[in-house]
Design a protein around this ligand. Structure first.
Ligand code: MN3
Length: 199
């Protein structure tokens, strides 16, 4: 059984960037819904072991969608932090070094990820990922709830660009949501993920 992990902050802490209503709905309804449907699909999968292949494949689709939804949201909540607790500040360390090496500057990195997020057709995620084989970073998008690993990268940073992540506050202006979210990105957490990915 998978459970909804607690948020590492209070839902009122993101002030003008993400309203309490958005986070509450996103976390308590959307994320919780993926957890519930993932558990239901895993139970169904267990019971369907002797059924025909097409039935099993359809159940696997539910596991993939809801399991990806759960994992991606865990990463998303973790890679946010209120601005007054360090949101938006990239420390001087190995992450800054590799970002500058790959993109030229943090500003350019954010600009490329923003463009990728804005260009996702429909629902999906924008990512900064790390390739452990070649030791480099890449910005890319995935559709629906596909994992960063489907693009052969380990996830460092993710931005949810489903409409439920911003519509209550930003309406159809996804670009404004992505621009604003940079001020609450937890770069320390992302650096931790990089260090872990390099081991
Ligand atoms: Mn979401």
């Amino acid at each position: 059984m998978y459970t909804l992990p607690p948020l590492p902050y209070d839902i009122t802490e993101f002030g003008p960037v993400l309203s309490k209503e958005i986070i509450q709905l996103h976390y308590e309804k959307h994320h919780a819904g993926y957890v519930k449907k993932l558990n239901a699909a895993l139970e169904k999968k267990q019971a369907a072991q002797n059924q025909d292949l097409s039935t099993q494949i359809m159940i696997d689709e539910d596991v993939k969608f809801n399991g990806g939804g759960h994992l991606n949201h865990v990463l998303y909540w973790e890679n946010l932090i209120p601005q007054n607790k360090g949101g938006g500040s990239l420390p001087d360390g190995c992450l800054r070094q590799v970002i500058v090496k790959t993109f030229g500057s943090l500003e350019r990195c954010k600009q490329i990820i923003t463009e990728i997020c804005v260009s996702v057709h429909g629902s999906g995620w924008g990512w900064l990922g790390y390739c452990p084989n070649q030791g480099h970073l890449r910005a890319f998008a995935t559709e629906k709830h596909d994992l960063a690993q489907t693009q052969k990268f380990l996830p460092l940073l993710c931005i949810d660009v489903w409409e439920h992540a911003y519509y209550l506050q930003y309406k159809n202006d996804r670009a404004a949501y992505v621009q604003a979210i940079w001020s609450i990105i937890n770069w320390r957490k992302i650096e931790e993920r990089l260090i872990q990915a390099q081991q």
